[in-house]
Design a protein around this ligand. Structure first.
Ligand code: VG1
Ligand code: CO
Length: 547
């Protein structure tokens, strides 16, 4: 075997964020940048030595620009570090939830997922890489911290000299002493979905004239949605739109929200809209759910799924508990309370759910950022959420809107919105956070119109399973009636800083529950600006994205 030991110097900026290391493609193309990070991962997980004998790794990505090149590098470095076998999705494709599924099913040591998720792609866009552990979930903070620490000390990496592997040919190929197995990226995942949901009932619903539209946004879910929705569930061809994965996502921003998934939004709010619409993001872990002329907030979606979980065969015995990220609305808490199961509040990022799922404390997890999932894998799962909704609709035979209205009437409505102020100059964003921090000290008891501040804090979390503590997870202003304003800086952006403002108010009265969220939250929006001075400090009149 021809293994080269390449001398290198550390980069200093290889700190994984909310979900892996994300940078501009150009940054990853700087010589040694990718290799350094991969070596830091291998050194961390293999204790600075060779890989343990006989292990399997999983590698795949969302198909964005640089995916194939990066996979070839990772394979050669895995061979150089003594990995026995690597499973790679055909064409280098594996959605994030499918990668999690494959890691678990084949009891792999872990996996490398190549994606910058909802960030734009292409040569001018973003690239990303993250490590998932043997449970199929994103590496916890103690591992990502160790990877960063290692990256700052690197002096060399090891790579095997060989020709490229053919990523399009299913089957085994040798790379030195390592076997690369190119696998069908869809089959294992589709099988898992079929084991969880009532496909016969959904097929019958669709055969009966129920119309749906799934927007894959030219990202990774295209092949998955075609196989499952048009194939196994019998929806007509064309149900999946933008279904061919493109390296630059067709120039779009593969983020399934009301702003970036505008093609789907226009269809669902237009004349003759289908009964159901959904979209997923770059790597297939997010979902947006729409009814005819109706948007379901991700926080409400989690609550509705929890309340109706037993309608799906995989959850017929009920759920053990729910976990939601701190900024996610408390709608799910109300369902958990009624079901008599615990509800956990974690920091933002799926890596915080893994321990709770591994310990059997929760079945369902969700984030307000269009992330919903369960213990079937250890990642949020876009298509899973869409299939859960279809299963519920097939059983309840009501419209999406009617299901939400009934849910609010029963549980009350946690009116919710998120305002993103993207790509701000970093010092402006830091100034806004500092302002909020200063204002928050001593704000308890203060009144703003009908709202009285109960407490303000910087959210910190102690993991109930391993006791690890995570601090600095978002500034909260919580009012006496449970309404909240939260400020957080994004940990996934690659340009300047993004300030996220999360707003939540509770409305128990069915007479006012159907008011537009921005109107219902107007007073809180004004209070948030008073506290943060965001408009004055940024010179911006409105958010870049409102959901
Ligand atoms: C965002 C979301 C967070 C999500 C993360 C990764 O992080 O807010 O809820 O887990 O993206 O999602 P941040 O730090 O930018 O707010 V994905 O689909 O990009 O992997
Ligand atoms: Co994603």
């Amino acid at each position: 075997m021809n293994i080269r030991n390449v001398t290198t110097t550390p980069f200093g900026d290889q700190k994984p964020g909310t979900s892996g290391l994300r940078k501009k493609v150009a940054a990853f193309q700087v010589p040694h940048y990718l290799e350094n990070f991969v070596q830091a991962v291998f050194d961390t997980i293999f204790d600075n030595g060779p890989a343990p004998a006989g292990i399997t790794l999983v590698v795949g990505g969302d198909g964005r620009y640089y995916n194939r090149q990066a996979i070839q590098v990772i394979l050669r470095m895995a061979a150089a570090t003594g990995v026995a076998r690597v499973l790679v999705g055909q064409g280098g494709i594996l959605s994030t939830p499918a990668a999690s599924c494959v890691i678990r099913k084949y009891q792999a040591f872990g996996g490398l997922i190549l994606s910058a998720s909802h960030n734009p792609g292409g040569p001018e866009g973003d690239f990303g890489i993250k490590y998932n552990t043997g449970n199929g979930g994103p590496a916890p903070e103690k591992v990502t911290d160790a990877i960063f620490a290692r990256s700052k000390l690197l002096s060399a990496y090891r790579i095997f000299d060989a020709a490229d592997i053919d990523l399009d040919r299913i089957g085994g190929q040798a790379l030195g002493g390592m076997t690369v197995e190119v696998i069908d990226p869809v089959a294992d995942y589709a099988g898992l979905m079929e084991s969880l949901f009532d496909f016969a009932a959904i097929r019958e619903l669709i055969a009966g004239g129920f119309e749906l539209c799934f927007d894959a946004m030219h990202a990774v879910t295209g092949p998955y949605a075609r196989e499952i929705i048009e194939g196994r569930l019998g929806a007509p061809a064309g149900t999946v739109i933008n279904g061919v994965p493109l390296e630059d996502f067709g120039g779009g921003h593969p983020d399934p929200n009301l702003t970036y998934a505008h093609e789907l939004v226009e269809i669902m709010f237009g004349a003759d809209a289908p009964d159901f619409g959904a979209a997923s993001d770059g790597d297939g872990d997010r979902n947006m759910v729409l009814g005819r002329g109706f948007f379901v907030t991700p926080s409400d979606s989690l609550a509705v799924i929890a309340a109706n979980a037993t309608l799906a065969p995989g959850y017929a015995k009920g759920i053990a508990g729910i976990a939601r990220s701190m900024p996610t609305s408390a709608a799910a808490d109300r369902v958990a309370h009624k079901l008599g199961v615990p509800c956990y509040e974690t920091p933002t990022g799926w890596k915080f759910f893994g321990n709770l799922m591994d310990a059997g404390k929760v079945t369902l997890c969700g984030e307000e950022s269009f992330g919903t999932g369960s213990s079937h894998v250890r990642e949020k799962d876009g298509l899973w959420a869409v299939l859960f909704w279809l299963n519920i609709l097939a059983k309840r035979r009501q419209s999406v809107e009617a299901i939400l209205h009934a849910h609010w009437a029963e549980y009350g409505r946690n009116v919710y919105s998120r305002h993103d102020h993207e790509a701000m100059p970093t010092e402006v964003a830091n100034g806004i956070m500092a302002q909020v921090r200063t204002r928050c000290a001593g704000l308890a008891g203060a009144s703003f119109g009908r709202y009285t501040v109960k407490f303000c804090d910087d959210f910190a979390y102690t993991d109930p399973v391993d006791g690890s503590v995570s601090t600095g997870q978002g500034l909260r202003v919580v009012f006496e009636d449970g309404s909240r304003i939260v400020f957080r800086l994004s940990g996934t952006g690659t340009e300047g800083a993004t300030v996220r403002l999360y707003l939540e108010a509770f409305d128990a009265d069915p007479a006012t529950q159907r008011i537009d969220a921005q109107l219902a939250l107007a007073e809180l929006i004004a209070i948030a600006d008073d506290i943060s001075q965001l408009k004055a400090r940024s010179g911006r009149e409105r958010p870049t994205v409102i959901t």
